[in-house]
Design a protein around this ligand. Structure first.
Ligand code: PLP
Length: 396
């Protein structure tokens, strides 16, 4: 006997993973160079050189028993202190090391936070569509209920009025993700201010705080002089779920953190609930070598100019071929309108040209495809004729 819920989850991989596996089979059949795989968000840019230097230095100079040993459950104190100092310096916050909990990336940060906040079966967590599909899985696995309200389809800014209508006394938290996967949109300071005003108004009306959960693995991946406002500076009841998967190109190393605002209501209880949730999920003592590595690489980012170049080539060419593209300010995704009502059918047709594009239904907004441009610039250039043929096939 096994859990029916977990069995169903295990047997139905995400659309993204499904397409990624299809791509691997197809590459084996016709050669990797003939498949244009835009399915998965695996960083294509190397980590900063400093990451390698720090790893080598730690391995050659540290006491290896201590280096590879358990740290405190919530993460090594010095590591948390150095990350805390960086966050305070950068964002003007006044956090302490005891507002930080080291995790195995944003997925763990989110699951732990949701588990800590979900007080009763059926407590509600809301986000904006389009959203990272695993939000639903993470929320439902801790007994919460999950729903999404729309964004403005022209610029993918959250529709704050739609949120106001949808909030109920059962709402425990609202998840935001900026820069966004899959749209690439960055929530502006103006939108965030309005959003936080609504959360304050409704928290007061319902008599309990609605927590803002900010999922921030793409914070540093922005192009030009775009600013990503720091949510804790806009709203007291905020938890930031951070990851180094994308900023330092370390997704396989599984390292990130949770930061609990020092201004949250009952902030000590929230922090201890985070510690308890981490414990109950077995997410204690995040990878110890990586904790030390990231603590010494604060403020560094992989070379985002490569992603920017990819974005510009792809967005420019696709627009020329007749696709409707909303220019993304960050992350490494283009969200492009499908050329027929069904995104699934459109993505199937794209496969005929060996283009692997993720249909948007599981992101909560039908009618689009997501194109992950964290691939080589050379592959993007080779794939352009295939995009042109795909567009032409609809113009006949
Ligand atoms: N949140 C978003 C929006 C993501 O796109 C991803 C990964 O792609 C995650 C969370 C999970 O990130 P991590 O690899 O740090 O667990």
């Amino acid at each position: 006997m096994v859990s029916e819920k977990m069995l169903a989850l295990g047997k139905s991989p995400s659309k993204i993973r499904d397409l990624f596996e299809y791509g691997n089979r197809r590459k084996a059949e016709i050669g990797a160079e003939n498949v244009f795989d835009y399915s998965i968000g695996n960083p294509s840019v190397e980590p900063p050189e400093k990451v390698r230097e720090v790893i080598l230095e730690l391995l050659s100079t540290s006491d290896s028993v201590a280096l590879h040993g358990y740290t405190s459950a919530q993460g090594d104190r010095e590591v948390r202190q150095s990350i805390c100092d960086y966050v305070n310096r950068t964002h003007g916050t006044s956090l302490t090391a005891d507002h930080f909990y080291m995790t195995c990336g944003a997925a763990a940060s989110l699951t732990i936070s949701l588990r800590a906040l979900c007080a009763e079966e059926g407590d509600e967590f809301l986000t904006f569509a389009p959203f990272f599909p695993e939000y639903r899985v993470f929320t439902e696995s801790v007994g919460g209920s999950f729903d999404a309200v729309p964004c403005d389809p022209t610029d993918f800014q959250p529709d704050v009025e739609a949120l106001r209508e949808r909030l109920t006394p059962k709402t425990r938290g609202v998840l935001i993700n900026s820069p966004n996967n899959p749209s690439g949109a960055v929530i502006t300071a103006g939108t965030l201010t309005k959003l936080c005003d609504v959360l304050r108004e409704k928290s007061e009306e319902f008599g309990h705080p609605i927590v803002l959960i900010a999922d921030e693995p793409y914070r540093e991946l922005v192009y030009g002089d775009v600013e990503v406002p720091y949510p804790m500076n806009y709203y007291d009841d905020t938890i930031v779920c951070y990851s180094y998967s994308k900023s330092l190109s370390l997704p396989g190393e599984r390292i990130g953190y949770i930061a609990v605002s020092d201004r949250m209501k009952d902030e000590r209880d929230v922090y201890f609930a985070i510690c308890g949730a981490g414990r109950s999920l077995g997410y204690v003592c995040a990878p110890s070598l990586m904790q030390r590595v990231v603590s010494r690489c604060q403020g560094m980012t992989s070379d985002v100019s490569i992603y920017r170049k990819n974005r510009d080539i792809l967005a420019g060419a696709l627009t020329k071929y007749g696709f409707r593209v909303v220019q993304p300010d960050g992350a490494f995704y283009l969200f492009v309108e499908a050329m027929e009502p069904s995104a699934e059918a459109f993505a199937e047709r794209a496969k005929e040209y060996e283009l692997l594009l993720v249909p948007s239904d599981s992101f909560g907004l039908p009618g689009f495809v997501r194109i992950s441009y964290c691939v080589s610039t050379e592959m993007i250039e080779r794939s352009l004729p295939a995009f042109e043929k795909l567009a032409k096939s609809y113009q006949k």
